[in-house]
Write a protein that binds this ligand. Structure first.
Ligand code: C5P
Length: 299
């Protein structure tokens, strides 16, 4: 008996970040988008918790925990605790989302485990309760359940779907060396300057509702980009190179290091991908928006 859930990577079309709160987290006003780059998590019954991870060629697994430190197992434990049941499972994870890439791959696995185990254990947990459990696991986990395009507030854990009629064609440029999210936030704090509470990007929300990709391209933004590029000057250099390829926009994904090229058609995206290929730069094509954590098969 197995249940397999497919879960997408996330990017932030807008990532507004304020000064740290008393609990150390940063207030966010963000627009999340789920893109077509996936992890699959398969859950099967077992007496003890275990996890096994395999990956696509572009994904480096060296920092992924193979024990109960893995966030997918933490998700399973949280779900069992929520229902007051003593259960365990074996989790098989197939990673297509780069690790430590600013794409919320770990959060995606946690969300996928929640959905797979809810189905495997026949718990029928209401969506609101799954979202609440997800928020205890990480700021990006609720969005991985939701998918599509969503407005995120709080520390990112409060999510609401937004109207999005834009078809976005991303070319995702991963990097071999990952970036630590806490390190980027810490560096953001040291850069100084005024840090007013982040505001909702109404111009972006209007462009998405209108399905106007060119307008979306003009208002993308990521407050963590200066901090990430200051920590990693190689990314700033890469950014300049990517801008020269002629996409509608170039954006850093979350806390990085993954960078994103936006296009308004699959053909335009393929043209950028061809140029990246000639330069020997690894890349993946990803349409957006796509659905959140979804059961895709069972046996
Ligand atoms: O919520 P999550 O565990 O995914 O966050 C990872 C780290 O990212 C936090 O420990 C914190 O250092 C940083 N973070 C933050 N403010 C947020 C979200 C994450 O400072 N809103």
């Amino acid at each position: 008996m197995t249940v397999t859930v497919r879960v997408p990577a996330k990017i932030n079309l807008h990532l507004g970040v304020g000064a740290p709160r008393p609990d150390g987290y940063h207030p966010l006003d963000t627009v999340y988008q789920a893109i077509g780059l996936y992890d699959d998590v398969t859950a099967s019954p077992a007496e003890e918790w275990s996890i096994h991870t395999v990956a696509d060629a572009h994904v480096d697994l060296t920092t992924v925990p193979a024990d109960a430190d893995n966030i997918a197992i933490k998700a399973g434990l949280a779900l069992a605790a929520h229902h007051g049941i003593a259960r365990a499972a074996h989790l098989e994870v197939h990673k297509g989302i780069p690790v430590a890439g600013g794409l919320a791959g770990g959060s995606a696995d946690a969300a996928a485990a929640l959905v797979a185990l809810d189905r495997l254990w026949k718990l029928d947990t209401p969506d609101e309760e799954l979202l609440a459990i997800a928020a205890t696991l990480g700021s990006d986990v609720p969005f991985a359940l939701l998918g599509g395009t969503a407005h995120g507030t709080g520390r990112g854990e409060r999510v609401a779907p937004v109207e999005d009629h834009a078809d976005l064609w991303w070319v995702v440029v991963p990097h071999e060396i990952g970036l630590s999210t806490p390190a980027v936030y810490r560096h953001f704090d040291t850069l100084g300057g005024e840090r007013p509470d982040p505001e909702t990007p109404h111009d972006l929300l209007a462009a998405l509702a209108a399905g106007d990709v060119a307008a979306v391209a003009g208002v993308l933004g990521n407050d963590l980009q200066p901090a990430a590029y200051s920590l990693r000057p190689d990314l700033a250099e890469r950014h300049e190179l990517l801008v020269g390829l002629g996409a509608l926009a170039v954006l850093l994904s979350g806390s990085g290091p993954t960078q994103l090229l936006l296009h308004d058609s699959a053909d335009a995206a393929r043209a950028s991908a061809g140029r990246l290929g000639e330069l020997g730069i690894g890349h993946v094509l990803a349409p957006a928006p796509v659905a959140g954590a979804t059961v895709i098969s069972y046996a």
